[in-house]
Design a protein around this ligand. Structure first.
Ligand code: SAM
Ligand code: SF4
Length: 347
């Protein structure tokens, strides 16, 4: 059966990346994210998830990012990876179009056994989030009670997770292992250089994320954002940098350390929006499709998920109608509207 290619959206942007959230729950409670305590009812089944990915691949998806909430809390993670990997290995299977499967995790549950199982199941890349090196600040950024002791334990757990992933085969030199950090002015901006130093020591690329106005619960304000240009200037004063740029459809603008110690990146969704080539479709754990991280509502895919043909038609119509460019509009006229929560959307 030949499949009609998916037309670009109303701004000429093709579909390329599926960010699939496996759960809205989390084992941390980062105040900038504010996850829910419980999952929404009617989570997608494994069959529905696989069907969504398969149909998505037929429409141009080449990258799958599994996220949450905390995806390592989901029992579906390994079975889903195994099913997708089987498809990728089958000649002429639509899943052969999938070039890359990535996971975003807070790393707390990333034991050696877990990391090895993920590698064996066919995961290509892991990004681990860590917002501070200092114990008390790590606790504050993760919403942990227990102050310095809890924060120091968290940092140790996350770094153990990072090393478990490296030992399992996720090689930072090929981009298969990275660190993410959200920088919030007045809270953890003094962690910028310590985080960069840690990443350099551990030989992993660090992605510094501008604090974003996702969700309605975190009390976001523009004064809490440290613009990427300022972050880069501060790093450059310590470790000179050379610009590498941002790939088409990518989120991160990368810089190489002039001394040869790897690279660092910024995700400047607030100060330098990249809506112009955004190729991402987000689907929540209960099957709501969002064509923008900053959208208020999604489209319920569940009525279409039993049948590949119907699902394909719905996704084609959804992408065809897509005209979101919220981050660019924010800079022009800040719209006053609610946003879906980050832990529900998956980042
Ligand atoms: N629990 C996993 C984790 O923390 O990596 C995956 C889900 S989390 C929602 C995905 C990413 O979104 C994390 O790197 C997190 O730091 C980031 N994030 C959450 N809320 C954010 C916000 N308001 N602004 C910027 N990044 C945010
Ligand atoms: Fe959990 Fe990740 Fe949100 Fe932090 S950012 S609360 S680890 S989902």
């Amino acid at each position: 059966m030949s499949i009609a290619p998916l037309p670009a959206d109303r701004h000429g942007r093709p579909l390329g990346v599926l960010r699939l959230s496996l759960t809205g729950r989390c084992n941390l409670a980062c105040p900038y994210c504010c996850p829910d305590d419980a999952d929404p009812p009617d989570l997608l089944t494994l069959e529905q998830q696989v069907r969504l990915i398969r149909v998505g691949c037929g429409l141009g998806i080449h990258t799958l990012r599994l996220t949450g909430g905390e995806p390592l809390l989901s029992r579906r993670l390994l079975p889903l990876l195994q099913r997708v990997t089987e498809g990728r290995a089958t000649p002429a299977h639509p899943l052969q179009g999938l070039r890359d499967i990535a996971l975003t995790t807070n790393g707390v549950l990333l034991t050696e056994a877990r990391a090895s199982a993920l590698w064996a199941a066919g995961l290509d890349r892991i990004t681990i989030s860590l917002d501070a090196v200092d114990g008390p600040l790590a606790a504050r950024m993760a919403g942990l009670r227990g102050g310095a002791e809890a924060g120091t334990r968290l940092v140790q757990q996350v770094l153990a997770g990072l090393e478990a992933a490296r030992a399992a085969g996720f090689d930072p030199r090929s981009g298969a292992l990275k660190l993410n950090a959200v920088i919030q002015r007045g809270v953890n901006d003094d962690q910028l250089l310590p985080l960069v130093e840690l990443a350099r020591q551990r030989r992993v690329e660090l992605r510094l994320i501008e604090y974003m106005d996702v969700g309605n619960r975190n009390g976001w304000g523009p004064e809490q954002v440290v613009p990427a240009a300022e972050m880069i200037q501060r790093i450059h004063a310590h470790w000179p940098l050379e610009a590498l740029g941002r790939g088409i459809g990518g989120t991160a603008r990368r810089w190489r350390f002039s001394d040869g110690h790897g690279a660092v990146a910024v995700i400047a969704s607030i100060s330098e929006p990249f809506c112009g080539d955004c190729n991402r479709l987000r689907v929540t754990a209960d099957g709501q499709a969002f064509t923008c991280l900053f959208a208020a509502t999604g489209v319920d895919l569940r009525p279409h998920l039993q049948d590949e043909h119907r699902l394909r038609q719905r996704l084609v119509a959804l992408w065809h109608d897509r005209h979101d460019r919220y981050s660019e509009q924010r800079a022009e006229t800040p719209p006053d509207r609610p946003h879906a929560e980050m832990a529900y959307l998956g980042g």
